[in-house]
Design a protein around this ligand. Structure first.
Ligand SMILES: [Zn+2]
Length: 157
């Protein structure tokens, strides 16, 4: 997330135009429509946006659009709290960004191609496993999220 916030990932828009030998391709490997960039990959790309649209409800961020910088702005007010909303939102945003970046690289280097459903399943699994190791404060919205993520009561302190 730090690299995304700082726009330090090596995206296609940052490759010098004279570098024609680049192995990073010239169009986004997810949608094959336009060169990728931080804003495009996270999550304005049609493919990434499909993944994010499936995840944002589970992040409690239904009102957030598909721009990672707007999403970070939306979670900033509660990012430091240890509430379940905060923990779930941060985990889902970070895991979604991670799996989109991983899928982009897998496709770029021909390591395989997953469908939106498969990536969504990966994100859900990894976030749920992480949540099972958390201790969260009990609250009404926390209980709602726990039902959404099928979490046991034991995660609440
Ligand atoms: Zn794309």
């Amino acid at each position: 997330m730090w690299l995304i916030i700082r726009r330090k990932l090596k995206t296609q828009d940052l490759i010098p135009y004279w570098d024609v030998s680049s192995s990073l391709g010239s169009v986004c490997s997810l949608c094959e429509l336009t060169p990728d960039s931080h804003v495009h990959l996270f999550f304005e790309c049609p493919f990434a946006s499909d993944v994010w649209n499936r995840m944002r409800g589970l992040a409690g961020l239904n009102a957030s659009n598909s721009n990672i910088y707007d999403i970070i702005h939306d979670i900033m007010p509660f990012v430091k709290r240890r509430t379940s909303e905060s923990v779930v939102a941060k985990l889902v945003v970070a895991a979604t960004a991670y799996y989109i970046w991983q899928e982009r690289n897998w496709r770029l280097f021909q390591k395989g191609k997953r469908k939106v459903d498969q990536i969504v399943d990966c994100i859900k699994t990894v976030v749920r496993l992480k949540l099972l190791s958390c201790k969260l404060k009990k609250s009404k919205s926390g209980e709602r999220l726990a039902r959404l993520w099928d979490l046991p009561d034991a995660i609440f302190i």
